[in-house]
Ligand binder design. Structure first.
Ligand SMILES: *Cc1c(COP(=O)(O)O)cnc(C)c1O
Length: 392
């Protein structure tokens, strides 16, 4: 099979429909381009979809992480734990807020942060050494956040769930209930991104979910320069124009234009998720019995009912060869991720090769295959064929 008729196949891409275009066009013709009704509509619809009490829209996922850490709090010198196998933003937000980043190695089978190692690290810690933890539902597979909650509670840590890969994903708790990623049953807050490669595209965009009214209010204020106009929060009041800037905030607002796109996309989120799970099942069937390919350890129930499948990752010994061969056939796979502790910025804090061996071994062999709802069966079969060509 050749790729002449199929064109380039990326690892992920957005899907924009006529309905999306109409929604954005309507906003462009309306009264507000930003801070209008679409932002609130999007927040409410998103909270409803995820199952949290509140959602606060911000300009991107990184801004969501930044405000999340600021609102939950980290003192200078205090540490926050995350996984080395994530996008660097999951760690950077701690630095923005003046804290120190610490990492815990991954479970080599699920690729998620290893909760046994989290527990061990905290058991050896001093009182107040750690402020919080940022678990990442990497690839769309949920961290066991129920267990993480009980660990965090023993040491007084907050949890900020990075659910960028997992909108619509869930996990089964000890009661057998499906708990949505980011619904904040076990976490103080969770964050999402609406970058075009994520499930729901807004161009740029982010969301923080929480069940705490106080946290929601604080996030609202931080998102808009630290300014409040709410009468009950003011120290003085000079009249209708009066506002107070009570803390150092940011301009992290999402526009109405972006919100109307996000809102329109959200309507198709479940459809997209089902398609992602079907694609995963087909990859599993093609690869799971091969000695040359290692797939993520995911049960059938997780795969068919819970996984968010932002990514479909396989591990191979000849990773660079696979990457280059696919590229030659216009299949643009990607590597998720270079371990964060090995990035030059983080090495300056003393992190080095060998610090998190499981994450490093994972990185040597991982490759993310095309995974997005509009990937056709024909394209996927072509991808599978080319992968099999080069691993055998
Ligand atoms: C995309 C992503 C982010 C950052 O989101 P942006 O909207 O690009 O700022 C953070 N964490 C993870 C795991 C992501 O995949």
């Amino acid at each position: 099979m050749s790729n002449k008729t199929m064109g380039p196949i990326p690892y992920g891409t957005q899907h924009i429909t006529e309905e999306d275009i109409e929604a954005v066009t309507e906003t462009l013709k309306a009264d507000y381009l930003t801070q209008g009704p679409k932002v609130t509509d999007f927040e409410e619809a998103f909270a409803d979809y995820i199952g949290s009490d509140y959602a606060v829209a911000v300009s991107n996922g990184t801004a969501a992480l930044h405000l999340g850490v600021l609102a939950l709090g980290v003192e200078p010198g205090q540490k926050v734990i995350t996984t080395p196998i994530t996008f660097s933003a999951s760690a950077n937000c701690v630095r923005y807020a003046g804290g120190e980043v610490d990492f815990v190695d991954i479970d080599p089978e699920t690729f998620l942060i290893d909760l046994d190692l989290v527990e061990r690290k905290l058991r050896d810690s001093e009182l107040g050494e750690y402020a919080g933890i940022i678990p990442v539902d990497f690839t769309g597979l949920a961290v066991d956040i129920e267990r993480l909650r009980s660990i965090a509670d023993q040491y007084g840590l907050w949890i900020l769930e990075d659910a960028c890969h997992a909108p619509g994903g869930s996990f089964e708790n000890s009661e057998g209930e499906a708990v949505n990623c980011g619904d904040c049953r076990y976490a103080e807050a969770a964050i999402f991104s609406f970058h075009p490669v994520k499930h729901i595209a807004a161009g740029e965009g982010g969301m923080i979910t929480t069940n705490s009214e106080e946290l929601k209010k604080q996030l609202d204020i931080l998102r808009t320069h630290g300014i409040t106009k709410e009468p009950e929060r003011l120290q003085e009041n000079h009249g209708g124009w009066y506002y107070e800037m009570q803390q150092l905030g940011y301009n992290y607002r999402l526009t109405d234009i972006q919100s109307s796109l996000g809102l329109s996309q959200l309507k198709r989120a479940d459809e997209g998720l089902l398609r992602r799970r079907r694609i995963a099942k087909k990859y599993d069937l093609a690869f799971s019995d091969l000695d040359t390919i290692t797939t993520q350890k995911v049960s059938e129930n997780e795969r068919d009912n819970h996984h968010g499948f932002h990514l479909y990752v396989i591990q191979v010994d000849n990773r660079k060869e696979v990457y280059d061969y696919l590229r030659k056939h216009q299949i643009y796979s990607q590597i998720h991720y270079i371990p964060v502790h090995l990035l030059p910025y983080y090495r300056q804090f003393g992190w080095n090769k060998g610090d998190f061996p499981k994450a490093e071994q994972y990185y040597e062999r991982c490759i993310s295959l095309p995974m997005y709802p509009t990937l056709t069966d024909e394209q996927q079969e072509f991808v599978i064929e080319k992968v099999l060509d080069v691993v055998e």
